[in-house]
Design a protein around this ligand. Structure first.
Ligand code: HEM
Length: 143
């Protein structure tokens, strides 16, 4: 009566994005990306206000996150939406800067065909974060 859920193949049967794309690759990409973010005039101060001192816990968390997204290995179990909704200084246009830096990093580091996969995922997730952060139904005007 109900459609059966598509069975999820065990990890060893899932197609690899690319043989070079493993946790070490993703960790290096994440570190390169956040190096660019920290050097950016607009995003740098936003992150500096949130992450004081040791960046490693954030970089490891983001490596887990991207491993979950790309390798589908379940490494990340956090909640991105509340982590961003509380960032009151972030504007919608900041996501264009974030995505531009992410695109530059992915294109610089990825084997052929792989940057597009990272960028596509980042754009989809950015869209849902932006909806959670900025979408408001217009209130009907009084009177
Ligand atoms: C202008 C855009 C963005 C800004 C300013 C921003 C900023 C931040 C900050 C300050 C944190 C908290 C760092 C910490 O305390 O560990 C964070 C966490 C995080 N961000 Fe973003 N972010 C942006 C866009 C994105 C996008 C597009 C993604 C995904 C594609 C993303 C994924 C994450 C994840 C997974 C976390 C960890 C959440 C958790 O589990 O605590 N962010 N972000």
């Amino acid at each position: 009566m109900f459609p059966r859920p598509t069975p999820v193949p065990p990890p060893e049967e899932r197609a690899l994005v690319h043989p070079d794309v493993d946790r070490a690759f993703i960790g290096a990409l994440v570190r390169d990306f956040y190096g660019r973010v920290r050097a950016d005039a607009r995003l740098g101060p936003i992150f500096a206000a949130e992450i004081q001192g040791d960046w490693n816990p954030h970089l490891e968390k983001m490596t887990d996150f991207w491993c979950s997204v790309i390798l589908k290995n379940g490494a990340y179990s956090g909640r991105p939406v509340p982590a961003h909704v509380r960032l009151k200084q972030v504007q919608e246009s900041d996501f264009d800067i974030w995505l531009g830096l992410f695109r530059q990093t992915a294109e610089a580091r990825c084997p052929p065909g792989v940057a597009e996969i990272f960028i596509d995922r980042a754009e989809r997730i950015a869209r849902s974060l932006k909806l959670a952060m900025f979408f408001r139904l217009e209130r009907p005007s009084a009177g």
